[in-house]
Design a protein around this ligand. Structure first.
Ligand code: HEC
Ligand code: HEC
Ligand code: CA
Ligand code: CA
Ligand code: CA
Length: 455
């Protein structure tokens, strides 16, 4: 009965459409999380669909990239998709970003999965990046083709941590501690280890198009406004342009572009040389295949696979007119989640891809690094990111994780088994927010989770 009356009110006084009497909005803004790229599909394919505004020509390239993203590589000699290894972590992009979403924590740690260890020794390389471990480089390949030895295997143990909410309910968190076992040659004693899991790959062209100054506007290195939250840009080496650029991708924002990320993924994750990374990661190691050829992946394949991640659409927000979701959003702002998980940006121009240019987007990230405390620390630096720092994760699409990926493991090593655990692992600059979360009433806590589920 109420609705028709409201509708009349709206027609008469347009302003009253957007807010209830107590100033709560009737509907949250940002349903079209990816601007005109937004995908309104609530199925297990929600992360894997092309931006809805692609031109016919762009769609063709996107679909070619989709094929490359799913291609299973094998050892040479092969009719097609040869060149895998000699050492590698997995044999396809999709293997680590299943359904364009995030990988689960592997049951068999030493099988092929979406989890690997970044490694280094203290110090930096010639470009200010992590210093390679002699004989192992900066990533541990735990797989090898027939006849070759992987660099090592992994082992994991768990430390437990208990939390009690103010409403009396308790939760036990598990912190994984990874170690390297059975190295193919002796390992130096001072190796730094950073476990990483494959994350969703949609909406990345939009994130790459956010103007640098819009991101830097959120940085507050010396915490001048004294809210306990600083926010720092990573500055990383771009081997495509041969210059230092703003870091945007990877869990520590250690890569400047999807192109750099993809070229590196072919090379390190799969053992496939390409025009940007023509040298095998195993070159000069005894587990290198000396017969491997210079370019195992063509320039076109690399460009297509890059275009694919750049132009995957972002799933739309859901239930944005639900009162519990609206309350959850209010709490998200009140307890300062939104200081790091910045709701919105407007993209600039991306040369050659008008579809992702000039879009108002709602990624819920500031694209900056934050000290997240000792419990999340990997104690391994990556350019400007120190051992405690991680990039604020975009939260768009996060509520669809169970549907798209069949699990709800979050954070850089997948340690959180659900959204509540992900929040409870927040420390450092986010400790205050976490404590406020812990003290919420059951109703407010559930509303906050409901809001995250709606993204
Ligand atoms: C062995 C697993 C693995 C394979 C294979 C793999 N990735 Fe990844 N991918 C990861 C992990 C782990 C990260 C995070 C890396 C980091 O933090 O530095 C990542 C990050 C990314 C990112 C950055 C996403 C973001 O939001 O920051 C992109 C883009 C990406 N991968 C694309 C690809 C493409 C394209 C391929 C195939 C050519 C590929 N990946 C193959 C595991 C993998
Ligand atoms: C100081 C900045 C900061 C604040 C404040 C903050 N976060 Fe985060 N958030 C991060 C960073 C950085 C990560 C990634 C950490 C990692 O992977 O180790 C993250 C990760 C997450 C994740 C997991 C995302 C994923 O892709 O795995 C969720 C969910 C999340 N935050 C929700 C929240 C909520 C809810 C709040 C408020 C209670 C909050 N965050 C407050 C910085 C922040
Ligand atoms: Ca190879
Ligand atoms: Ca290596
Ligand atoms: Ca601040």
């Amino acid at each position: 009965m109420k609705k028709p009356i409201l509708a009349i009110g709206c027609a008469v006084l347009i302003l009253s459409c957007t807010e209830n009497d107590d100033n709560t909005p009737r509907k949250l803004e940002g349903e079209k999380a990816g601007g005109e790229t937004t995908v309104f599909v609530k199925t297990s394919q929600a992360f894997g669909l092309p931006a809805t505004n692609l031109s016919a020509e762009s769609l063709e390239k996107h679909l070619a990239g989709d094929k490359a993203f799913g291609a299973l590589f094998v050892a040479s000699p092969a009719q097609k998709n040869g060149g895998l290894g000699s050492i590698f972590n997995n044999n396809s992009c999709n293997g680590c970003h299943p359904s364009d979403g995030r990988a689960s924590v592997p049951e068999n740690l030493n099988g092929m999965s979406g989890l690997f260890l970044k490694i280094s020794i203290p110090g930096t390389d010639e470009h200010g990046g992590p210093a390679p471990v002699p004989g192992f480089g900066t990533q541990l390949q735990h797989q090898a083709i027939y006849g070759y030895q992987p660099e090592a295997k992994m082992s994991v143990s768990y430390q437990e941590k208990n939390y009690t909410f103010s409403d009396g309910s308790t939760i036990t968190l598990q912190r994984p501690v990874y170690a390297i076992v059975s190295p193919y040659i002796p390992l130096p004693g001072n190796v730094l280890v950073s476990p990483r899991i494959g994350m969703p790959v949609f909406g990345l062209g939009l994130l790459e198009s956010i103007p640098e100054n819009a991101i830097l506007a959120h940085a507050d290195l010396d915490d001048k406004d004294k809210d306990g939250i600083s926010g720092k840009a990573n500055r990383v080496w771009d081997f495509v342009s041969g210059t230092v650029k703003l870091g945007r991708f990877g869990w520590k924002a250690g890569t400047p572009s999807v192109l750099v990320q993809s070229a590196g993924a072919y090379n390190e994750d799969m053992g496939l040389t390409n025009y940007l990374k023509p040298v095998e990661s195993s070159f000069s190691q005894s587990n290198n295949d000396p017969s491997s050829v210079l370019l195992e992946v063509s320039r076109e394949e690399l460009e297509n696979v890059t275009f694919y991640s750049l132009t995957l659409g972002v799933p739309a927000g859901r239930d944005f007119d639900d009162q519990e979701v609206i309350l959850g959003h209010k709490i998200f702002e009140q307890i300062n989640c939104s200081t790091c998980h910045v709701a919105s940006f407007t993209t600039g121009t991306y040369d050659g891809i008008p579809e992702i240019s000039n879009q108002k987007i709602y990624p819920y990230t500031d694209m900056l690094l934050h000290d997240m405390g000792d419990d999340l620390a990997d104690n391994r630096t990556e350019f400007q990111a120190n051992g405690n720092e991680w990039k604020t994760r975009p939260l768009w699409g996060i509520g669809l994780t169970a549907l798209t990926s069949g699990h709800t493991s979050f954070l850089h090593d997948g340690r959180a088994r659900n959204l509540t655990e992900a929040i409870l692992w927040h420390g450092g600059e986010a400790e205050k927010s976490r404590e406020e979360f812990r003290k919420l009433s059951t109703k407010d806590r559930e509303a906050l989770l409901r809001f995250l589920e709606s993204l």
